[in-house]
Design a binder for this molecule. Structure first.
Ligand code: PMP
Length: 439
């Protein structure tokens, strides 16, 4: 990252807004990005200036880990604390009632964003990790028994593996692992052949955080349902880069994290079909999730409150709504097309580098993983950082996938609405330097 001397970082909202409006130095001037050879423009979607924490000259290519925040989100969080802050659901005073209305309006907005038939099906959680643990502990704890089977895939993030291992240990259920195709997609034909009437749940990444491969979610839902299993989709890497409609996909559970969608950390969404939620027991106890409490016995609130024990991340929910409105104002189709063009351009450029191995399918969504023979990905990441290029290097919380690929780690570049051709050029220049250093 640039030093503060060369990279102005707005320290107040006023200066952030000024920066966006071109009133202070910063990343306000659009750099020239001519259309590439296929006639696809990979210049930024004109949104780089919305992001005060991205200084000019710094290429942020780690959006799959967490997205930078646009001013709209930062301001909504600041407003939440500075203008009308109060807790929700319990206050009898006007401020709290207003905050409750705003909080529930955000729930409706999020429901619309993912095509949920009812806002009561939207549960606010800390993130995808908490959402999957909720399903595993609550639904899994109540429904899995010895002999039952859980279907995962080789490319899952640890947060879609370990919660299932925990509940399998508790219930006696067992885990199966669907293999991948040669180009790094979940092999649904192979999975179809493995599925049996003993499978109760299939839990798969909608988009892989390492390979960017996109699941044929409708087919996965059909396959799961054909044996009487439910389908959970881990939508962490899907919601920031493609329109998602849970009803149209036909899945039963969907989770995602706000921070990968340009929203705040500490807030995410768990969606489930209403009848599944109604039948699920609470997984955490506390305030807000009860109907009546007594030492003789406690009764629980209906969903969504049943699954939201304790004071929620009130302002995080407002920030999440702002993030949803931000991506919708650009359009998920436009974001997807922009990132697809960047991926094509990056893959074309990287494939000309000697001894560079590209992972994942050609049409991956916003994510390009690679390795350079003889150079540890951590060294790639460190040297690129010296060139103001931020990528991720490591196992990406997907160690079984690393084992499958036969590597300890990969380097990963992932894109967002602020990236453009200039960032890919910076990446390629940085990799040239890596190659020179390592001879
Ligand atoms: N699933 C996928 C596919 C992810 O990319 C991530 C984050 N890297 C997670 C789950 C976990 O998300 P969080 O840490 O925000 O809960």
């Amino acid at each position: 990252m640039n030093s503060p001397a060369t990279a102005p970082h707005p320290t107040s909202l006023r200066s952030a807004t000024d920066a966006a409006a071109g009133r202070s130095p910063g990343r306000t001037q659009e750099r020239p990005h001519p259309p590439n050879g296929r006639g696809i423009s990979t210049r930024p979607l004109d949104h780089a200036a919305d992001f005060p924490a991205i200084p000019e000259g710094w290429s942020y290519l780690d959006t799959a880990a967490t997205a930078q925040k646009p001013i709209a989100v930062i301001e909504s969080i600041a407003r939440g604390y500075s203008e009308n802050y109060a807790t929700v659901h319990r206050g009898v005073y006007q401020r709290s009632s207003e905050m409750t209305l705003a909080f529930e309006a955000a729930r409706r907005r999020v429901a619309g964003f993912i095509g949920a038939p009812s806002p009561d099906e939207i549960i606010f959680v800390r993130g995808a990790t908490e959402g999957i643990n909720l399903v595993a502990q609550s639904w899994g704890g109540a429904n899995l028994k010895p002999g039952d089977r859980i279907m995962l895939s080789v490319l899952e993030h640890h947060s879609n593996i370990v919660p299932w291992q925990l509940v399998a240990e508790r219930t006696g259920a067992e885990i199966d692992v669907a293999p991948l195709t040669g180009d790094g997609r979940i092999d649904l034909d192979a999975m179809a052949a493995m599925l049996t009437g003993r499978h109760r749940i299939v839990a798969l990444a909608h988009v892989s955080n390492v390979l960017g491969s996109v699941l044929d979610a409708e087919r996965a839902a059909e396959l799961a349902h054909s044996v009487g299993a439910l389908l959970l989709l881990d939508g962490c890497q899907a919601v920031p880069r493609m329109p998602v409609d849970v009803a149209a996909l036909g899945c039963d559970f969907y989770v995602f994290s706000g921070h990968k969608l340009y929203g705040p950390t500490g807030i995410g969404v768990f969606w489930a079909r209403q009848e599944l939620l109604e039948a699920m027991p609470p997984w955490q106890g506390g305030g807000a999730m009860i109907d009546r409490v007594s030492f003789e016995g406690t009764t629980y609130a209906p969903p969504p409150a049943r699954f939201e024990a304790g004071t929620p991340h009130v302002v995080g929910v407002l920030g999440l709504q702002a993030a949803v409105e931000y991506v919708e104002s650009i359009g998920l189709d436009a974001i997807g097309a922009h990132e697809a063009a960047l991926v094509r351009e990056a893959r074309d450029a990287l494939s000309t580098i000697n001894s560079l191995r590209l992972f994942g399918p050609e049409d991956s969504a916003g994510i390009v993983s690679f390795a350079l023979e003889g150079v540890h990905p951590h060294d790639i990441g460190t040297i690129l950082d010296e060139s103001q290029v931020a990528i991720r290097a490591g196992h990406h919380c997907a160690q079984p996938l690393m084992a499958h690929l036969g590597v300890e780690a990969t380097a990963r570049a992932s894109f967002g609405v602020y990236n453009g051709r200039g960032d890919i050029e910076a990446l390629v220049r940085g990799l040239d330097r890596v190659k020179r250093i390592f001879g």
